[in-house]
Design a protein around this ligand. Structure first.
Ligand SMILES: [Ca+2]
Length: 691
């Protein structure tokens, strides 16, 4: 069993740089053509589909270093580094025609611990650098596995790597088989090279990666290369982000050239086409179509009792059939549970649960809702399932895996959906994007519950925590069947967040495809936007704007809270709101009118019939809401809130709340505290800026 999963520390180490790189906005200097490849096809008109126009080969200089066509001894000729000291096994090397740029390509078939490989190329073939010029590129043909991105680092050196430089990746040109130039994240995968030393090639990519030789930077601790003609050592470091057994990545046609692309061999271009795949004018149109179709699809699943959670007799493990990833079927792990006594004669409400970044399908979360009378399904939205039978630490990364043993894969070819290293991915094809899969899983989980005779299909809600809150905010724009939704921490208007979260949504591609606010104004589902005043990931202006967009929704801004899964599902407002929407319970108190402008405020609230103690206070800051690396919470690597909150009590007269705002208040909201049935519930007015 031990060999079948990635150690937790490695997983964390692997995921973190990918996430941080994305957050820092370290995208490459490559320019997006802004042209959707689908837009250039004529499939939307009635004209017959012509053959795709081949990319003419613009290169006049091609100095082949290695075409991999005649390798008889991979270990001798390619110098794969022995990484067994780190517990890293060699991939299986093979030389195959499939996915080759020409002849055959080097195919690396991965095992779960093959999370890094390094090849050292030496010898006569490096003689081509005598003719290399700074305006040339180092170019390589790459095909990445379907469910794993691959980070590449290129190191040039003199004999034996005495002097070393890495080729700066910030100016890389990455061109896929359709001719589209894509942006890739860059970073320092090897951690000992330097900034912009690696480039992360997205899962499913097939095409050219070209790095200009004009920007060589010294490898940390080494003297750098200043004269290309002295290069006679080339090391390629390749790091798949999460290796599942059987994953394959492919490299071919490693050369120095004056062009970042060469003519595509026809087979490669055609091989990437999925037969019967419809073309769309935009990715949004494609996404709308795919998810609308999905709403009418029956959800199918299988019980997998070998993974039933120890200690939760009412909760069962299932494989939910997910949507296809690059033409391959996926399976999604989930826990499902029903309240005692639920049956066709006694239908119960239900809820879909979406965990956040670094989280998993939690059986205790399912049980918590079951105990409150709801059927519940917790979806493993990053493709993790128990690494062993009978796991008991549901929070530990070591308890979970994405790896599928070879024998399982050969009997059941379904792969796991993408992991969260592409949490906000919007490049490449829609069916490879994490958010597409996460939203599709949400829709399918809803369909699964609706089809169950024990569930009242009109009373199914959705809640998610952190990134799960973002999934929730996106999903309600596509699935109108939810009776209620409770995004916790996460919301829409992420591109306007003051926290580092804005970096995840500041690329035009992500904002234009995944920003929840694109759809919120059309959402009819009542929403409880539940957030933390000092959240380290999201900021309350985003939740406030989301609330104003969604009719019939309630905002709750909590002081003195924290960011986490257990914290996130512990607030009483969640269950009060759900019971109101699904069980005819009393509602939360909320604002009926807005406080208006100026410092003398007065507004109306609605109160539940069981309200016993109503209080209101102004929560304000004396400077505009801002976040910085030196923010108040001091969390390494994260921007956090700069301001402290101050409080002024309001007067409450029946359903009228009034207050005089202090002169130094700049941003404020009003917190309502209402006691009902012995529990205090907190809701809020949206964050408001004062002139
Ligand atoms: Ca070849």
């Amino acid at each position: 069993m031990k060999k079948r999963r990635l150690p937790a520390a490695i997983l964390t180490a692997l995921l973190l740089p990918a996430i941080l790189t994305g957050c820092a906005g370290n995208s490459t200097g490559t320019t997006d053509t802004g042209t959707d490849p689908a837009a250039s096809t004529d499939a939307v008109t009635a004209a017959p589909t012509p053959e795709p126009t081949p990319i003419p080969d613009p290169s006049t200089v091609t100095l082949m270093i290695e075409d991999f066509n005649d390798i008889s001894d991979p270990v001798k000729e390619l110098g794969p580094a022995d990484l067994s000291f780190f517990g890293i096994t060699h991939p299986d090397f093979s030389f195959e025609e499939e996915f080759a740029q020409e002849g055959v390509a080097l195919v690396n078939t991965l095992s779960p611990s093959a999370w890094c490989q390094a090849f050292e190329l030496t010898g006569k073939r490096l003689g081509v650098f005598k003719d290399a010029l700074p305006e040339h590129y180092l170019r390589i043909w790459v095909a990445a596995p379907d469910n794993t991105s691959v980070g590449l680092t290129f190191c040039l050196g003199t004999a034996g790597g005495q002097k070393r430089s890495y080729i700066d990746t910030s100016e890389a040109t990455v061109t896929d088989v359709s001719g589209e130039i894509i942006e890739c994240d860059t970073g320092n995968d090897s951690s000992d090279a330097g900034d912009f030393s690696s480039i992360r090639i997205p899962a499913g990519f097939e095409g050219y990666v070209a790095l200009p030789l004009s920007k060589l930077l010294p490898w940390k601790g080494y003297t750098g290369i200043t004269d290309l003609s002295k290069v006679n050592y080339l090391k390629i470091d390749a790091r798949p982000s999460v290796a599942s057994p059987g994953d394959r990545y492919i490299i071919d046609a490693l050369c120095v050239s004056d062009s970042p692309v060469a003519e595509l061999r026809p087979a490669a271009r055609h091989g990437s086409d999925q037969p019967g795949k419809t073309e769309y004018a935009t990715k949004n149109e494609e996404l709308d179509h795919m998810l609308t179709e999905l709403l009418n699809k029956e959800a199918t699943f299988q019980y997998c009792p070998e993974y039933d959670p120890a200690g939760y007799p009412g909760v069962k493990a299932i494989w939910l059939d997910g949507v296809d990833f690059g033409g391959k079927a996926t399976k999604v792990f989930a826990y499902i549970g029903f309240p005692e006594g639920a049956g066709t004669g006694k239908k119960v409400p239900a809820i879909v649960l979406q965990h956040g970044g670094g989280g998993y399908a939690y059986p205790n979360w399912v049980q918590l809702w079951n105990e409150r009378g709801y059927a519940a399904i917790a979806v493993g939205n990053t493709g993790y399932y128990p690494a062993a039978k009978g796991i008991t630490d549901f929070y530990g990364a070591g308890s979970w895996t994405r790896s599928i043993p070879k024998n399982v894969l050969s009997a059941d070819p379904r792969i796991m959906p993408p992991d969260n290293d592409g949490m906000y991915s919007s490049k490449g094809s829609v069916d490879r994007m994490w958010m597409y899969h996460a939203v599709a899983q949400t829709i399918l989980a809803n369909s699964l519950l609706r089809a169950d005779g024990r569930v009242d299909p009109e009373k199914i809600g959705l809640t998610g925590i952190s990134w799960g809150g973002v999934i929730t905010s996106v999903a309600i724009g596509y699935d109108p069947r939810f009776a209620f939704a409770i995004p916790v921490y996460g919301s829409g208007y992420l591109h306007e967040a003051h926290s580092w979260m804005k970096d995840n949504f500041n690329s035009a591609g992500t904002r234009d495809l995944w920003e929840p606010s694109l759809k919120l104004k059309d959402v009819g589902t009542p929403v409880l936007w539940l957030c933390w005043a000092d959240d380290n990931c999201f900021s309350v202006n985003s939740n406030s704007k989301s609330c104003l967009d969604t009719k019939g929704s309630v905002l709750s801004i909590i002081q003195n809270w924290s960011h986490g899964h257990i914290e996130g599902w512990s607030r009483p407002e969640i269950y009060r709101f759900a019971d109101w929407a699904a069980k005819g319970g009393e509602p939360l108190a909320t604002f009926k009118t807005l406080p208006g402008e100026g410092r003398s405020i007065s507004f109306e609230i609605s109160l539940p019939r069981d309200a016993t103690d109503v209080k209101a206070r102004v929560c304000y800051i004396d400077a505009p809401l801002s976040y910085s690396p030196n923010g108040r919470l001091h969390i390494a690597g994260q921007n956090t809130i700069d301001q402290s909150w101050h409080f002024v009590d309001c007067s409450v007269n029946g359903t009228t709340v009034s207050a005089q705002l202090p002169d130094d208040a700049v941003n404020y909201y009003v917190e309502l505290s209402v006691r009902s049935g012995g529990v205090s519930y907190k809701t809020a007015t949206p964050l408001t800026a004062l002139p």
